[in-house]
Design a protein around this ligand. Sequence first.
Ligand code: FMN
Length: 187
Amino acid sequence: MFMELDDCINGRRCIRRYKDDVVPKDIIDKILHAGVWAPSGMNGQPWRFIVIEDRDTINKLSQRTKEILLNLQWPDNLKEAFKLEEDTIFYGAPLLILTCVQKIEDFRTVHLLDCGLAAENMFLMSYQEGVGSCFIGFGNFLNQDPDLLAEVGVPKDHELIAPLIFGYPAENPAPKPREVKILNWIK
Ligand SMILES: Cc1cc2nc3c(=O)[nH]c(=O)nc-3n(C[C@H](O)[C@H](O)[C@H](O)COP(=O)(O)O)c2cc1C
């Protein structure tokens, strides 16, 4: 399936309700390949991926994230959501891809940017394939539990930077308005 780039960029939305259907392996491969074709600082390609399709594992990570989040200060509505039994972190998505990098303090900013660029490539490719997605920044709080991350394959000298969920959309959210805010334009 091919889509005009304009349609892809403008049409992609974060999806927070998913159908049960699994994402086929060939599409997961396509999404991962799109990620690694992103540019990266000094061509470092620092991203490493943990692909999780097992629902119990995704649920375990979600429950643990909520536990960690509940020890911190949040607005009431978020606190209430974190107390719910349901998966209010990864939204019951059938596919979770944890993007992580080796912890190197001097390169942290570059690595953050690299993983962000990879993530958007992955989102656009998945959208083209009819698969919804969302960046789950809350998932990064799992860095506070390195033992659990190690259990799913994140080495102790790595950190999680971009937890990304994917699945077939069960909603069609309206676009959130965008505005090009130019501070200055010098000719
Ligand atoms: C770095 C980053 C972290 C995010 N973290 C979360 C998150 O933890 N949970 C969530 O539901 N959405 C999360 N989002 C999704 C944003 O809320 C979403 O992109 C934004 O509202 C714009 O909506 P759109 O992507 O549908 O245009 C995150 C997005 C980014 C880029």
